[in-house]
Design a protein around this ligand. Structure first.
Ligand SMILES: Cc1cc2nc3c(=O)[nH]c(=O)nc-3n(C[C@H](O)[C@H](O)[C@H](O)COP(=O)(O)OP(=O)(O)OC[C@H]3O[C@@H](n4cnc5c(N)ncnc54)[C@H](O)[C@@H]3O)c2cc1C
Length: 375
């Protein structure tokens, strides 16, 4: 009996926000299979983010990818989601007296931010401690992303366009054949012309599996907590408050306060859990910056943010072998930049330059995997 292997134009590995968005983008033009090792999409980094959209966050290339995603979140395609994808919330960067030089430098870099005094900052967020806030910068135009609706919207798009999504299918072997790639998962072998590596914290491992390298992509653990504040103090309209050196941030989240110590501890790729030490640091920093003593912790978690050595995204074909595409190293910006990066990736994968978001055209070399390879 001859057993015909399934063949796809593209196999996208990883059903986090990166994988689902690029798979949906490609499916209108090619046959696509999306493979995920877990039982559900978004189980790792995507389901553990702070879900914030900030146009001023990250390097120039990151900001360009965020700008290329802006209109998608504000006005998604028809039928994409019943719920709005973005709910407005400002950002307030706060500085102590000793952080004023950093605040001035940031203001010079992004002059559209509004500089305010310490008292004005406390006027916006009543729990900030007068003795520890000297000035602030306000960014408007940001907001909370509905990550679940975004993820589900892309999966619906993928499905409607004939794309296939398979869970509990860990890609365990990747072999180059004469016409493309053979992918061996837990219980099948597929063929495809092009592999898209959207494996998040496992992107480096997947590179090694393909006989390439890990490009130095390193997962870093970040911790988050949900605090319950007394009703008389809590205000759901507070902005996202970010320490000027990003030593902590907090924002309202579904009636609670999401707090992170903004930790970046190197980790192996895994189902990462919060460490007691990071929780203690979070509480200590929160108490120093605010007038509150010890609020009740309702929930805690940790997730991995994966960075390349130069902290830029890794998007493009690997120059060492045919048909292996990297969509990795999204760090702390992978949700807010996903629609733009998916469009950029589809433009490169389909070789259709007209599809490229105009904001990203000048950053192809900055993002290219080739920059991380020593020949
Ligand atoms: C605490 C925290 C706060 C954050 N806050 C924000 C924020 O406010 N805004 C923002 O934009 N970003 C934020 N981020 C970053 C954001 O979450 C990530 O950049 C983004 O989720 C990365 O998406 P991804 O699809 O690349 O990775 P993931 O969501 O991890 O998806 C990768 C998937 O690949 C699968 N996979 C791996 N290997 C294989 C294999 N061999 N076979 C099959 N499947 C495989 C994994 O199971 C996983 O589901 C935050 C992250 C953390 C942890």
């Amino acid at each position: 009996m001859i057993c015909m292997r399934e063949h796809f134009d593209f196999a996208v590995i990883g059903a986090g926000i990166a994988g689902v968005s690029v798979a949906a983008e490609l499916a209108a033009h090619a046959s696509v299979v999306l493979l995920e090792k877990e039982r559900q999409p978004g189980y790792h980094s995507t389901g553990r983010s702070a879900a914030y959209f900030s146009a001023s966050y990250g390097s120039a290339a990151v900001r360009a990818a965020t700008a290329a995603s802006d209109s998608f979140f504000r006005v998604p395609p028809d039928g994409f989601s019943e719920a709005p994808l973005l709910r407005p919330r400002d950002t307030l960067f706060v500085a102590r007296q000793d952080q004023l030089p950093q605040l001035s430098a940031f203001y010079e870099e992004i002059p559209r931010l509004e500089r305010i005094s310490g008292s004005e900052a406390i006027g916006q967020v009543s729990i900030l401690d007068r003795g520890n806030i000297a000035a602030g910068l306000v960014e408007t135009g940001g907001g909370d992303i509905d990550v679940e609706s975004t993820l589900r919207g892309f999966l619906r798009q993928l499905d409607r366009q004939g794309g296939v999504c398979r869970y509990q299918q860990q890609v365990r072997a990747l072999t180059r054949s004469s016409s493309g790639w053979l992918l061996t998962t837990d219980n099948e072998t597929l063929e495809c012309e092009t592999v898209v590596n959207a494996a998040g914290s496992w992107a480096g491992e997947l590179g090694l599996l393909a006989g390439l390298s890990d490009l130095g992509i390193m997962p870093r653990r970040r911790t988050a907590l949900l605090l319950r504040l007394p009703d008389v103090i809590f205000d759901a309209e507070w902005p996202l408050v970010v320490d000027m050196d990003e030593d902590f941030y907090f924002k309202p989240d579904a009636g609670l306060l999401l707090l992170s110590p903004a930790d970046e501890t190197p980790s192996v790729p895994c189902d990462v859990q919060p460490e007691e030490w990071d929780l203690a640091i979070a509480m200590d920093r929160f108490q120093r910056a605010t007038t509150l003593s010890i609020p009740q912790i309702e929930h805690k978690w940790a997730g991995l943010r994966s960075f390349s050595g130069d902290m830029e995204f890794v998007v493009g074909f690997d120059p060492r072998v045919k048909g292996f595409f990297w969509l990795a190293g999204q760090g702390g910006y992978g949700v807010q930049s996903a629609p733009g990066l998916a469009k950029l990736s589809a433009s490169l994968l389909l070789d259709e330059p007209d599809r490229m978001p105009k904001q990203l055209a000048q950053y192809l070399d900055v993002l290219s995997p080739g920059r991380l390879i020593e020949f």
